[in-house]
Design a protein around this ligand. Sequence first.
Ligand code: ADP
Ligand code: 5GP
Length: 189
Amino acid sequence: MNTNDSSLVIVVSGPGGVGKSTIVEKLVQRDERLWLSRSWTTREQRPGEASDAYKFVSRREFEDNIAANGFLEWTDFLGNLYGTPTPRPPAGKDTVLEIEVDGAQQVKRLNASALLLFVLPPSRQEQKARLRGRGDADQKVEKRLRKAEEEEPVGKAIADYVIINDDLESTLEEMSRIIAYERKQRTSS
Ligand code: ADP
Ligand code: 5GP
C-alpha cells in the first residue's frame, strides 16, 4: 500500500461528531492531489446524507468482500460494519481515509509511514451539540459520546498530530500546512 513511492496515505480519525467528514470533504475540494477513499458500511443512510457518502451494502455483501480479501481494514463500530476497500488512487495522488480508531491502528500496522491526523472536539459538550445538530437520535448521541471516551486515549497515543477542531477554517489551514510539510519531508528523504 503506497510503500514504494512518495505518495502519502493520510488517515483522518477522531470521535463521532468531531467534524471528520466535513473536514475531509473540504480538504479534497481544495487540494487536487488528494483522493478520498469511499468506505463501505452496513449502516443505514441517514436522512439528508449524500447517497455517495458510503457504499451502503448489506451485511452479506460486506462479508463476501471480507472473504474475497477486498478490504485494507474493516471494523465493527457500534453494531455496524465499516471498511476501506483496497485503495486504488490515481497515479500521483495522496490517499485520504476517514476512519475510526481501530481502523487507524490497523492501517498504521500495515503501513508505518501512513500519516495519522487525530481530530478532537473543543469539548464533550460541543461534540454533543454537533451530533445533535447533525440529526443523530438521542440514544445514538449517548453511544457515540461513550465510545469517544474509549477511542480518545488510543487515538492520541498513535497519532502523528492531534488537532482540535474548534474553528473549521483554522482546522483546515492547520491540516493543509501539516500535509504540505509531510509532502516536503517525503520528497526530500
Ligand atoms: P464526523 O464525520 O466526525 O462524525 P461530521 O463531519 O458529520 O462529523 O460533523 C458533525 C456536525 O458538526 C456536522 O453538522 C458539521 O457540520 C458540524 N461541524 C463540523 N466541524 C465543525 C466546526 N469546526 N464547528 C462547528 N460545527 C462543525
Ligand atoms: P458514521 O456512522 O458516523 O458515518 O461513522 C462511524 C465511524 O466509522 C466514524 O468514526 C467514521 O470515521 C468511521 N468509519 C467510516 N468509514 C470507515 C472505514 O472504512 N473503516 C473504519 N475502520 N471506520 C470507518
